[in-house]
Design a protein around this ligand. Structure first.
Ligand SMILES: [Fe+2]
Length: 488
């Protein structure tokens, strides 16, 4: 049953922020939705595969109240949209992540966002970053719970994978100190979870491991030349890989209370390879050409080398200034290419190059069972040539043959990150489905598309029509039915 959470009179005032300009990330396919909805008996075009059992969850920003100051897409309150597939049927629900900040805001915004002075904000993360931890960025399944995470390092919030109820902060049996980044990695074979946290003051980077028992068993402080903005990390069978990329906050601007990023082309990109439970002294840094990287595809060991595939941004600096929101829009626009690094553990040498130098693709997913092990396929979103981030289709890469397959949603239809969902009895990589939300800009409607991973060019095997629009958002995950059944 629908539960109104924001009065309509407030929603009507939300297309602009206090910059005075219409903010594209509050409009159209990005506009927040008002209601938390639970719906069953959804209309299906085609047939939901009987061997697709699990839940597709996607996180994203959904401003709950009129925003204070200028709105950045990253500022919105975390809202999870989920579709639960069981025996050929689908259920939809969406819920806010009830963070501490969400609970503190009962009738209006109390926080300003990342583009504003944050001095009057009520509280921030444990690093003293005085912004609203909205848990709006990614969703990671670990030990029976889904963790909602935040891109600037916050608290991981536990959600029930089916009800989406917020169960509180995951403290890892009271062993978590500090903050937690957006994209931790889980090794399903060992049950371990790997994460880092970073901040504007030393220690600039901490790396840790949560053991299969659910407690932090390893945590080390790593030295960096200054504060950085790492977004993702990677693991292999024996190592973790952390990044020191030459994009960081302008310190002079920060002293004046402004948020401005600087890309220093004089500095290399550096990749730190550390044994999974290694000491700070054991990290080995590999240098490469300057760039920025939001998202890792996967990494694994191959002979003397570590192979790391990423979506690489070669020019992360904005193109220019044209008004209060222009820099934000420019910085937010993804422009990445699939790229491979090889780090030789014997010689210390790096080699690097494009896998696909042409197509702007991002938000990569793999068969999560292969995280840290050799994987052949990457399923990326195609980033449309537009001012804002619009994902007009999916691109599947085969890193053995170099082949790629594409699927597009059609004019004015945009998708989400599309995790790989193994089918029941899946015999290996690629034996399953991709699941994504698709939102129609003109109709103001959304659906879920299910595609056979083996051949995206066949188009969806089923489309599930949803009772409300799903705004474009950030990261998604798939939780298999056997995972939450085992946990309960
Ligand atoms: Fe991300």
């Amino acid at each position: 049953m629908a539960q109104p959470t924001v009065p309509s009179v407030i929603m009507d005032s939300m297309v602009t922020d206090e910059s005075g300009e219409p903010n594209p990330y509050l409009l159209g396919v990005y506009a927040p939705v008002r209601d938390e909805v639970t719906a069953e008996n959804l209309q299906v075009i085609g047939e939901i595969p009987a061997d697709l059992n699990g839940v597709y969850l996607r996180n994203g920003p959904n401003a709950r109240f009129p925003v204070r100051g200028r709105y950045h897409w990253f500022d919105g309150d975390g809202m999870v949209h989920a579709v639960h597939f069981e025996n050929g049927r689908a259920r939809y629900r969406n819920r806010y992540v009830r963070t501490k900040a969400f609970q503190a805001e009962t009738d209006r915004s109390l926080w300003t966002g990342v583009m504003e002075n944050r001095k009057g904000n009520p509280f921030g993360n444990t690093r003293g970053l005085n912004l609203k931890d909205s848990a709006n960025t990614d969703l990671v399944y670990h030990r029976g719970k889904v963790l909602a995470t935040w891109y600037l390092c916050g608290s991981p919030y536990q959600l029930d994978p089916l009800s989406l109820e917020t169960l509180g902060v995951e403290t890892f049996l009271d062993t978590l100190t500090g903050d937690f980044m957006a994209h931790p990695k889980v090794d399903e074979r060992t049950g371990e979870l790997f994460w880092f946290d970073y901040g504007p003051r030393p220690p600039y980077l901490r790396y840790g491991v949560v053991g299969a028992g659910g407690a932090v068993e390893h945590c080390v402080e790593l030295e960096l030349p200054g504060a950085r903005l790492p977004h993702d990390m990677s693991i292999t069978e024996n190592h973790a890989i952390l990044m020191d990329l030459p994009l960081y906050q302008d310190l002079e601007a920060a002293r004046q209370g402004r948020y401005k990023l600087t890309f220093n082309r004089e500095l290399p990109s550096r990749f730190g390879v550390i044994p999974r439970r290694g000491t700070a002294e054991q990290i080995r840094w590999f240098e490469a050409r300057p760039c920025y990287i939001y998202h890792v595809v996967n990494s694994w060991e191959s002979g003397d080398e570590i192979i790391l595939d990423v979506c690489r941004v070669s020019r992360p600096a904005p193109k220019g200034d044209g008004g209060p929101l222009a820099a934000m829009i420019s910085y937010l626009k993804l422009d990445a290419r699939l790229y491979r690094y090889r780090f030789n553990l014997v010689t210390g040498q790096t080699s690097e190059g494009y896998v696909d130098g042409d197509h702007n693709t991002e938000f990569p997913t793999i068969d999560a069972r292969l995280t840290g092990r050799p994987s052949r396929y990457s399923y990326n979103v195609s980033v449309m040539d537009a001012d804002t981030n619009l994902f007009d289709g999916l691109v599947k890469y085969d890193n053995v043959t170099g082949a790629k397959q594409e699927h597009y949603y059609g004019d004015h239809r945009y998708g989400s990150e599309a995790p790989f969902a193994p089918r029941d009895g899946s015999t290996g990589e690629d034996d399953g489905y991709l699941v994504t939300f698709v939102t129609d800009e003109r109709e103001g409607t959304s659906e879920v598309q299910i595609l056979g991973a083996a051949d995206l060019t066949q188009g969806p095997v089923a489309r599930v029509l949803l009772p409300q629009r799903v705004p474009l958002g950030f990261h998604a995950t798939w939780v298999r039915a056997d995972q939450y059944r085992t946990a309960s």
